[in-house]
Write a new protein. Structure first.
Length: 191
């Protein structure tokens, strides 16, 4: 039986050097036509939650069309600024070694459970040459839900469908850095 290891990305594996909040501000300004008064707290939260709260703070209803436009613009902006992320950010101590060590084990599937939407996760992991250690089809991402705990079950379902093995709380590990990650593990079904 394999173990599904679900990694958070920001402040668990990498530090993006402050580029994320800059991009949110730029995208908000471009789509809404004015600079944001504030961006919602990001640590441990999903892109869906951050975007929804930021828009509502400014009196803007997060319609499905606006959310789709915001998501598309964020993904594009992160891709454009991938080099900035690599230059200003860094891989956290021990992260690369941990990923490499687990990658050698045939009984481990490594994926992401992150507040980043999938294209942003890909950009960040690519910027630091970490992406080859991940099966991103077995993960869950920041536009999959507002709260993190349900993302654990979603990742387990995706991994189960791909590997034809049942992934549950007994063989899923979640590694993260915030209370939101801990809550996701406890409530979602992961060590």
């Amino acid at each position: 039986m394999r173990t599904l290891v679900l990694w958070d990305i920001d402040h668990t594996l990498i530090n993006a050097g402050g580029v994320s909040s800059e991009i949110y501000g730029t995208v908000f300004h471009r789509l809404i036509g004015r600079p944001p008064e504030r961006i919602a707290a990001m640590a441990g939260r999903t892109d869906l939650a951050i975007t929804t709260e930021t828009l509502r703070h400014h009196g803007i209803e997060p319609t499905s069309d606006l959310m789709a436009s915001f998501a598309e613009a964020l993904a594009e902006a992160f891709t454009i600024r991938q080099d900035d992320i690599a230059e200003r950010g860094h891989v956290l101590p021990g992260a690369r070694a941990a990923l490499k060590a687990l990658a050698t084990r045939p009984d481990v599937v490594q994926s992401a459970l992150t507040g980043n939407m999938r294209p942003i996760a890909i950009t960040k992991l690519t910027a630091f040459a970490l992406i080859d250690h991940f099966d991103l089809d077995a993960g869950a991402y920041g536009m999959d839900g507002i709260e993190r705990p349900p993302l654990v079950k979603l990742a387990q379902q995706r991994a189960t469908a791909k590997y034809k093995e049942h992934f549950t709380a007994s063989n899923t590990v979640l590694i993260g850095d915030t209370p939101h990650d801990v809550r996701a593990g406890h409530e979602g079904g992961a060590h």
